[in-house]
Design a protein around this ligand. Structure first.
Ligand code: BJW
Ligand code: ZN
Length: 274
């Protein structure tokens, strides 16, 4: 069902199989998980149509109404746990296991599907954190946890309670997850919200791969390239002479000097990378 022009495929495969293609970077966004049934960030569906996802992913939104923001994340945790990785995730996992290329995936997704596709963990940067991490908001407490797949996290965040309603119940802070260490702090999802800095070591690892290695080929998969700093890597790679391949359902009119695989990345990635 996916039509990729033969000329695109041929020239891409020629480069992929040439000795010049040794270092490959994948930059991943929400579109990679779309065919697993998860909403993209700038096109959220269902209950969350009435809210702007971009407005909820901020420190101010959490300060203003932590219950609402927690409901948003509880919902997305629940959906992510129900979802399965798709062929796009598995293609990247295979690339991470190849011994003859230098490979890194930078995922902006927090859904954990790349991990679950058995991607080599050392070659995967969860750039915007994870839905399954939490940390304490009490400034004098450093409690954090990883890989917490409990669902629901607490009774008030049982998704069945608010999945079918139009009006979300207001949640008091007392009903939300609290820190088991200091006992007073409210927990928050360990994701990177707008205006927050990415962990320095994350930026360092990305810089090291991109700047030190020089990337030969960058796969830009299912991302609107709207969010800094992830989006800036495309220009860095291009300016260093690396090649760009875009996998997106929408053609990018501004991009001329690159391969474009237009369609569902769960279908185009397996064809392109075979
Ligand atoms: C398919 C498909 C299919 C669909 N197959 N494709 C002005 C004010 C304040 C801040 C800034 C500012 N100017 C710049 C900034 C910095 C800001 C920023 O970039 N803002 C821009 C919006 C302008 N960045 C930050 O704040 C970052 N921190 C930072 O810079 O710190 C220093 C600093 C601080 C303060 C001021 C300035 C600097 C942090 C950014 C963190 C972003 N966090 C989020 C939330 C994470 C947690 C969560 O998920 O809830 O990350 S926002 C959201 O966007 C999420 C995503 O990872 C990210 C990227 O979205 P993505 O993945 O591209 O999804 P979509 O939906 O946009 O696109 C999907 C694409 O897939 C589309 O193209 C579809 O066509 C395609 N598609 N189906 C293939 N089947
Ligand atoms: Zn605490």
């Amino acid at each position: 069902s996916t039509l990729i022009p033969v000329s695109t495929l041929e020239s891409f495969h020629n480069f992929l199989r040439s000795p010049n293609c040794k270092t490959v970077l994948a930059l991943v966004g929400a579109g990679l998980s779309a065919s697993s049934g998860l909403s993209t960030f700038r096109g959220s569906g269902g209950l969350w149509k009435r809210y702007n996802a971009i407005d909820l992913a901020t420190p101010d939104a959490f300060l203003d109404n932590p219950g609402l923001v927690w409901q948003f994340y509880a919902y997305r945790r629940h959906k992510a746990l129900q979802a399965q990785p798709n062929l796009g995730h598995y293609v990247l996992a295979e690339l991470s296991k190849l011994a003859n290329i230098n490979f890194l995936t930078i995922t902006q997704n927090v859904d954990g599907l790349s991990q679950r596709s058995d991607h080599v963990p050392e070659k995967l940067l969860e750039f915007h954190g994870s839905l399954f991490g939490m940390r304490c908001t009490n400034f004098s407490c450093s409690y954090e946890e990883h890989n917490n797949y409990k669902d629901p996290l607490c009774e008030a965040l049982r998704v069945d309670n608010f999945d079918q309603t139009d009006v979300l119940p207001f949640l008091d802070e007392q009903e939300l997850p609290h820190c088991p260490a200091c006992k007073v702090g409210l927990l928050r999802p360990a994701v990177v919200w707008f205006g927050e800095s990415l962990p320095l070591q994350m930026i360092d690892k990305a810089d090291e791969f991109i700047v030190r290695n020089r990337v030969d080929l960058m796969l830009v998969i299912g991302t609107s390239q709207a969010v800094w700093p992830a989006a800036s890597y495309v220009d860095i790679v291009r300016n260093q002479g690396g090649k760009i391949a875009i996998f997106n359902t929408e053609p990018d009119g501004d991009e001329k000097d690159c391969w474009q695989f237009i369609g569902d990345s769960a279908e185009t990635l397996p064809v392109a990378m075979e």
